[in-house]
Ligand binder design. Structure first.
Ligand code: NAD
Ligand code: UGA
Length: 335
């Protein structure tokens, strides 16, 4: 079926078949689900095999048997990429190692290999096959410490962690390929701002906070809790991503963030209100590379993608809490 999946229908590209890398992850699995619902055939690629990894299995449970979903286990550092991309109208590249803290340590080589070198392999295949559109998941972390001002896409990036450096390299690498005169692929880099909601990664704050509220486990706050984040609900992040794959655009970098920031301590208070549970909070030392504020300038995403967030933090956290209550706890796992 040929489907126009954008809300900007007049400008929409025709999208029948897409590839989603990082499909077994938090954002990737939601994106696959949203695209399938819109009648698109989705080839999902991830190095986590859902028959062996419990988080991947949980993330893909709702779509794994859907006839419009084809899952391929593959590590983009080494696998044959071109066969996966044949006939794709859009590649959504979400596969990466996320998270700021582990990037300071021994894992750095993996960050470089998965976020940068694997992206170079993917871009060779995407451009050789002349795939019309590549959407790449970048990160608010590329801005670094901003002094609290809203970050616009034209700001000079100052990544404050090794992870953020790899995400900046990743988006710029995709854009460098797209800028070559012979390149037929348009690249849209989305700088997501702290995404939360059902299936959020277990290392992330809202997941840990709501888990602490339901289990009585201690929540450790890094620093004084006055750091602020521009939180983005998963369905809103997915809506922006679908639009980025389908709206007619030149090569672009676009923030995906509402432009509203909330203190971590205030998020704890919200969780107390939602759950009615006492939460045992302890302060521990601040972490390097953990920026004091992320704050999106949303002008571009509004203008180019017609995007505005539909879900506020209270509603989104309530949905995440409902999901946590109804899902089986899954142990964190090492790949
Ligand atoms: P996630 O860890 O849940 O998903 C990433 C997926 O990529 C995982 O399933 C992992 O197995 C896969 N992957 C990693 N390396 C791979 C490789 N070499 N080959 C194949 N698959 C590989 O993370 P997420 O939170 O869903 O993040 C998705 C993307 O969005 C990442 O690129 C991340 O940097 C970016 N991002 C996320 C957030 C957020 O708040 N979650 C914010 C900004 C940017
Ligand atoms: C998140 C993602 O983890 C990154 O992958 C992504 O690139 C980034 O968003 C982004 O927006 O670009 P972060 O904002 O640090 O990074 O997200 P959380 O892990 O949810 O942390 C939010 C805040 O809570 C941070 O200040 C963190 O230090 C703090 N935190 C987190 C705690 O105090 N305790 C915890 O147990 C976890």
């Amino acid at each position: 079926m040929t489907t126009s999946v954008s809300s900007h229908d007049a400008d929409a590209l025709l999208v029948r078949r897409v590839v989603v890398t990082g499909a077994a992850g938090f954002i990737g699995s939601h994106l696959c689900q949203a695209l399938i619902t819109r009648g698109v055939t989705v080839i999902g690629v991830d190095r986590r095999d859902p028959s062996r990894h419990s988080i991947a299995a949980q993330n893909l449970a709702d779509i794994r048997d859907h006839p419009a979903f084809i899952f391929a286990t593959g590590d983009l550092r080494t696998c044959a990429i071109e066969p996966l991309l044949i006939d794709a109208d859009v590649v959504f590249h979400l596969a990466a190692i996320p998270g700021v803290q582990p990037s300071w340590g021994a894992d750095f080589d993996d960050y470089v290999a998965c976020n940068v070198s694997a992206t170079q392999r993917l871009m060779h295949a995407v451009t050789r096959l002349r795939i019309p559109r590549l959407v790449v998941a970048s990160s608010s972390s590329v801005y670094g410490a901003t002094g609290g001002r809203p970050s616009a896409e034209t700001d000079h990036p100052k990544p404050a962690s090794p992870y953020a450096v790899t995400k900046l390299a990743e988006e710029q690498l995709c854009l460098a390929h797209a800028a070559r005169s012979e390149c037929a692929t348009t690249v849209v880099a989305l700088r997501y701002f702290t995404v939360y909601g059902p299936r959020q990664r277990q290392d992330m704050f809202v997941h840990r906070l709501l888990t602490a509220a339901s289990t009585g486990a201690t929540l450790h706050i890094y620093g004084d809790g006055r750091q602020r984040r521009d939180f983005t609900y998963i369905d809103d992040a997915v809506a922006a991503t679908v639009a980025a794959g389908t709206v007619s655009l030149p090569n672009s970098v676009i923030n995906v963030g509402a432009g509203t920031t909330t203190r971590i301590n205030d998020v704890v208070e919200l969780a107390r209100r939602i759950t009615g549970a006492p939460i045992d909070v302890r302060s521990t030392s601040a972490r390097s590379g953990d920026v004091p504020v992320t704050h999106a300038d949303p002008s571009c995403v509004r203008h180019l993608l017609g995007w505005a967030p539909a879900t506020d933090l209270l509603t989104g956290m309530t949905a995440q809490r409902g999901w946590l209550a109804s899902s089986r706890p899954v142990a964190a796992e090492v790949i």
